[in-house]
Design a protein around this ligand. Sequence first.
Ligand SMILES: [Fe+2]
Ligand SMILES: [Fe+2]
Length: 279
Amino acid sequence: MADVNGTDSRTGHWTVAGLPWDKLDPAKVNPDILKLIKAAALVEYNGDSYADYLCNVFADNAEFCQTARQWAVEEVQHGEALGAWAERVDPSWNFQAAVARFREGYKINIDVSQSVRGSRAGELVARCIVETGTSSYYTALADATEEPVLKQICRHIAADEFRHYKLFYDYLGEYLVKERLGKFGRLRVSLSRINETEDDELSFAYHAANNGDAPYHRETAFENYVRRAYSYYRPHHLDRMVAMVLKASGLKPQGWLHDFAARYAYKRMKKKAGEPLPA
Ligand SMILES: [Fe+2]
Ligand SMILES: [Fe+2]
């Protein structure tokens, strides 16, 4: 049951029905942001598959599995909210049809008993990196959009993603002790997961969300995606993102390494977005 603020009175969590839909203002929608939101809706909505994967990797930890299932409920809700928003702004777009196209072409291998990161601690580092990325991304989109309902959705999601980061980070402490993953191992997982951000999942989601049944051309979809997605980041978004990455990697979140990495990440993003570099 949603109260007047749109919060579920039992869980304390926001709901899709409780969003301020009466304030929706399609005239304020940036068409580039609309394309990104359609793609994001598909990736978020697939959260269930990742919970299946995590429950296989952490099969002996019932408490973690329960947490992962609840986490997936929230990720799926992110997809539902973004999908509902995009359908209202663009009634010609069908969320479930796009979900079907995405699932047809992109499959997560959930049939595993070991983490693809080599250890469960490594898996948790990778989860922290993903939540860092999504928290920063939705913050950047919330700051960029003028459309009030999307701003609210992105703020809710960014807060959830930050909480997810903390959740996986707390479990990481336990598994670092159990599995003795050192700093070098943590950093290796972080860097490899950051690199994968530019793998197929987001490019294909962008394609499935925006190009109907046209043939998939990875490079074009990737270019179309990053030119838009990276253009909304501002230096303070990168400052926060880099601090969270360093912390998950077992390094000091502030200091010269942070400043260097945040500047580097920002310049690289702006270059990929095709904007002039800052002076
Ligand atoms: Fe999410
Ligand atoms: Fe999340």
